[in-house]
Write a protein that binds this ligand. Structure first.
Ligand code: PGA
Length: 249
């Protein structure tokens, strides 16, 4: 499997022009690099500007409401995303859990809506610093997985990628060590193997996210058991982002 990289631009940049120039710089930097599966997740409003580039880079969204259409002011549906050429949707990100008060139950509804529209989910889970200090990491991951994936069939699970993103490592410059990441990844794999048939585990991709940069990325690959990364801050700096991809290769 090629390394799987998700660029999570979050609420950046401020203008379409800047977004286009960022996208173009990444696209140009990728020339000659074949061994990567890359998804860029810009804010919703920039998606349409990029859907002509889809042969090289896949598009993802950072959220999606669970209803298909109707009176849901401000909502964006999975069908709208699909129409724009999106193939992936990030769900369960801690910033959505914290700032938008998304619960496991809401995330579960969103996961169901996205997979039933035929899109893929990047399902984010991870503990806070306080939970880690109390030794609750595995409990937190277990609850988030069981509630988030409640009612998701094995067939639907084929379209779900799990991202381990400890909240304390996101945007802090304090990444989770490859050893600790490995422990979490093994725990996630064990849990999934109890819920789903073996073939799901064989094909399941688990990513790590949290302060990944061009200097530390190589440490994870191989050592931590992940198949790729979600990259936030560093995905907004094209040179650094391309360096990350080159360093994995
Ligand atoms: P970061 O963000 O790379 O800036 O830590 C990762 C994420 O939130 O997905």
């Amino acid at each position: 499997m090629k390394p799987f990289i998700i660029a999570n631009w979050k609420m950046n940049p401020a203008t379409t022009q800047e977004a286009k120039s960022l996208f173009d710089s990444v696209k140009d930097g990728l020339s000659g690099i074949k061994n990567v599966d890359l998804v860029i997740c810009p804010p919703f409003i920039y998606l349409a500007a990029f859907n002509s580039y889809l042969s090289i880079i896949k598009l993802g969204a950072q959220d999606c409401f669970y209803e298909k259409s109707g009176p849901f002011t401000g909502g964006i549906s999975s069908l709208m995303l699909k129409d724009l050429g999106c193939q992936y949707v990030i769900l369960g990100h801690s910033e959505r859990r914290i700032h938008f008060k998304e619960t496991d139950e809401i995330i579960n509804k969103k996961i169901k809506a996205v997979v039933s529209a035929g899109l893929n989910v990047i399902f984010c889970i991870g503990e806070t610093e306080a939970e880690k200090k109390k030794g609750e990491t595995q409990n937190v991951l277990e609850v988030q997985i069981k509630r988030g994936l409640d009612g998701i069939s094995a067939k639907e699970m084929e379209n779900i990628v799990i991202a381990y993103e400890p909240v304390w490592a996101i945007g802090t410059g304090n990444p989770c060590s490859p050893d600790e990441t490995r422990k979490a990844v093994l725990f996630i794999r064990k849990l999934i193997s109890k819920i789903y048939p073996a073939r799901i585990l064989d094909n399941l991709r688990i990513l790590y996210g949290g302060s990944v940069n061009s200097e530390n990325v190589r440490d994870y690959f191989g050592k931590s058991g992940v198949e790729g990364f979600i990259i936030g801050g560093a995905s907004l700096k094209p040179e650094e982002f391309i360096k990350i991809i080159k360093n994995i290769n």
